[in-house]
Design a protein around this ligand. Structure first.
Ligand code: SAH
Length: 394
């Protein structure tokens, strides 16, 4: 099947032939004048040969490719892609009695640019990052309820803050299928209330699952500070790992109350945990030297775009510098960056500068990244975003 035409300039089809899924505005020679934002379009090389079909958007990325050749973008297409995504998650063994939360669709990493779907029990939270996915949301929701291998009864659409603001799509958050908000998610045997109605992103960060497990193994007998705790993910793992005490800090009072609720769900009445609604820099500044011997720093993305890169790197250096200054001898620092615009090397250099300034002996124990349910399309290296270091500080 073919759609309205987008014709590329001569030679601009090369990256698409290497399966990179984006068409930048500068590569386009002409666009059928009836094309509107969010339409499915067919992309042609200058010589008139068809390359594939994708969603059109106004902006620097003009087309997000969905199919190579003349494959139709219809309900059957979504059913097939979503089932393929599910097959991968099945082979990762993410659906078990002790784990029902995972990312089902990770945009380009699942060959569905513009779409993110997280699953918590029988609820799927669907997030559109492109107008095309917004228009296709009912087809996607319907395909989700037909998946083999997981029974989705509830589909919540949460795109108010992820769609391009200029597109004026009036994307309201709301249920497309079902309508209950009482699912309790389970990750590696630990329970979480998932607040998709009010939480950030799709409600709970499933991308730290494996890194939390690693932290659990370092927690015995340690005094833990979980900075930027959000819903407290790292905190419960630390508690199960036998931490002496766990302090969770986030500037959002809402995040702190979610953290407290989640602690109560797993460790009711456990006095080892305390949560504080405070600014990170203020807290790190005021805390005692040697007060904690395991610190987690998992801040929000400091650079959402390349233009913010320089300030972001300064931010990472300062933040990590405070942790190096204050962590106890023999302490362990789990430090992360989820900014896509910051490379692994740049992040490591920022942390290195902070370590050097502190004049402490620092060694890298682990280099962390995103889990396999956030796969990186090999033709789209931009999909790699989460990086972390586990450091031993003498
Ligand atoms: N570690 C979390 C995810 C962190 S998301 C997890 O495993 O789920 C980033 C968090 O940083 C958000 O909850 C946000 O409220 C918080 N935050 C943003 N700016 C902050 C600041 N200046 N001080 C403290 N917390 C901040």
């Amino acid at each position: 099947m073919t759609y309205k035409k987008v014709i590329l300039k001569k030679g601009k089809e090369d990256s698409l032939k290497r399966f990179h899924p984006w068409v930048f505005s500068g590569a386009i020679d002409s666009i059928d004048e009836t094309v509107e934002e969010g339409d499915t379009v067919s992309v042609y090389a200058a010589d008139g040969s068809l390359i594939g079909n994708g969603h059109f958007q106004v902006g620097s990325i003009c087309v997000r490719m969905l199919a190579w050749g003349d494959g139709a973008i219809d309900e059957a297409f979504y059913q097939e892609r979503l089932q393929a995504a599910m097959e991968l998650r099945k082979s990762l063994q993410l659906l078990r009695a002790d784990n029902n939360s995972f990312r089902l669709v990770h945009g380009e990493g699942d060959f569905l640019p513009g779409l993110v779907v997280d699953v918590y029990g029988s609820t799927a939270v669907l997030q559109a990052h492109s107008p095309g996915m917004h228009f296709d949301r009912y087809k996607i929701a319907n395909a989700l309820t037909h998946l083999q291998g997981v029974e989705i009864k509830n589909v919540y659409y949460k795109s108010e803050t992820t769609l391009p603001y200029k597109a004026e799509l009036d994307a309201e958050n709301g249920y497309i299928v079902g309508g209950y908000d009482t699912d309790v998610a389970v990750e590696n045997g630990l329970k979480f209330h998932v607040d998709w109605l009010r939480g950030q992103k799709t409600g709970f960060f499933v991308d730290q699952r494996e890194n939390r497990s690693l932290l659990e193994h370092y927690s015995a007998g340690r005094r833990v500070l979980n900075m930027f705790c959000y819903t407290g993910g790292f905190s419960f793992y630390a508690m199960r790992g036998g931490a002496e005490l766990v302090h969770s800090v986030d500037s959002s009072a809402k995040a702190i109350s979610l953290t407290n609720e989640n602690v109560a769900l797993n460790f009711a009445g456990d006095e080892r945990h305390k949560a504080f609604a405070e600014d990170a820099f203020k807290y790190l500044q005021q805390m005692q030297q040697g007060q904690y011997d395991l610190i987690i720093l998992d801040p929000p993305a400091f650079a959402k775009h390349k233009s913010a890169l320089k300030n972001a790197l300064i931010g990472y250096r300062k933040l990590n510098g405070k942790a190096f200054e204050k962590i106890a001898r023999g302490g362990i620092l789990f430090t992360f960056s989820c900014s896509q615009a910051v490379s692994k090397e740049q992040f490591r250099l920022a942390v290195f500068s902070a370590a050097a300034q502190s004049r402490r002996k620092v060694r890298i124990l682990h280099q962390l990244s995103q889990p396999a349910d956030h796969p990186i399309n090999i033709y789209h290296p931009e999909g790699e975003y989460l990086k972390g270091l586990v450091l031993y500080v003498e």
